[in-house]
Design a protein around this ligand. Structure first.
Ligand code: ATP
Length: 212
């Protein structure tokens, strides 16, 4: 059965780095990939754009293709959006189907700060997306988990429901939402770092331009 892969983030705003790695992960795993914007990221400062604005950007970004979808369940839930709760909810919906949580290498290094992080492996596999420019130091407790769960062959993620961790080697694109927010706030036009759909409506990027 095709794995379901989730790619969570603040997407403040969604950029071509996100779309490219999500697309390549979909190909490598032959998975259905859903981008899942976070409501109140428990371990991060609040996003600059509102939840509605970030969803509008994601919808515009995802137009014209069918492989990457949008899942707004975390925005519909009250309170902080803990990944472990989201995975539990999804697991109840999909039964034994393989479930893969996709995280960039920088986010993966911070995994031990996530709420009930060890439970994540009971609910899903973790696919770690290579990310250039990320100064990644994997903490000891995570190393131990990787030694036990790490697999070199990504196909193993298709053959069971949860519990493995694999690196997904994707084309390095050194793009970050932080840099894009800076460029927009400076009045620059990061045209080819963002999906073209977000330029169709001038109001979509306004929250970042007006941060000047
Ligand atoms: P910010 O600069 O605001 O921290 P970001 O560009 O890291 O944002 P997020 O929405 O925080 O974007 O990221 C969501 C997920 O996407 C995280 O797992 C992150 O590691 C991953 N990610 C973001 N950009 C890239 C990229 N260029 N290559 C690989 N993974 C990425």
């Amino acid at each position: 059965m095709k794995p379901l892969a989730l790619f969570g983030g603040t997407f403040d705003p969604v950029h071509l780095g996100h779309l490219s790695v999500a697309w390549e992960a979909a190909e490598l795993l032959d998975a259905e990939v859903r981008l899942m914007p976070a409501h109140v990221p428990p371990h991060r400062p609040a996003p600059l754009a509102s939840a509605d604005q970030r969803v509008a950007l994601l919808k515009a970004a995802l137009q014209g293709q069918a492989r990457l979808a949008l899942d707004t369940r975390e925005l519909e839930r009250q309170g902080p959006s803990y990944t472990v709760d989201t995975l539990r909810e999804l697991r109840a919906e999909i039964g034994e189907r393989p479930l893969v949580l996709l995280v960039g290498a920088d986010a993966f290094a911070g995994l031990p700060t996530w709420h009930r992080w060890r439970e994540l492996f009971k609910l899903a596999h973790i696919g770690v997306l290579s990310r250039p420019g990320a100064d990644v130091v994997v903490p000891d407790e995570l190393h131990a988990e990787v030694a036990q769960r790490g697999v070199a062959d990504v196909r193993l993620l298709r053959e069971s429901s949860s519990g493995h961790m694999a690196e997904l080697s994707v084309t390095p694109l050194e793009i970050s939402a932080t840099r894009i927010r800076e460029l927009l706030a400076e009045g620059r036009d990061p045209r080819y770092l963002l999906p073209c759909g977000v330029f169709a409506d001038a109001s979509l990027l306004q929250p970042y331009r007006s941060a000047r």
